[in-house]
Design a protein around this ligand. Structure first.
Ligand SMILES: [Zn+2]
Length: 47
């Protein structure tokens, strides 16, 4: 699975749980102060 952050970063992971983790780690590192729920993150996923 993969998704693209609105900032343009591409994130990839083997499954949904890992992708949510990767997205949250990316948000923490690149967008401090922003947090998204699992549902919000999955909205950006390209199946
Ligand atoms: Zn980003």
């Amino acid at each position: 699975m993969q998704m693209q952050c609105p900032c343009g970063a591409a994130l990839e992971a083997p499954d949904e749980d890992a992708l949510v983790d990767a997205a949250q780690a990316h948000l923490e590192a690149q967008h401090p102060g922003r947090s998204y729920t699992r549902e919000q993150i999955l909205f950006f996923v390209d199946p």
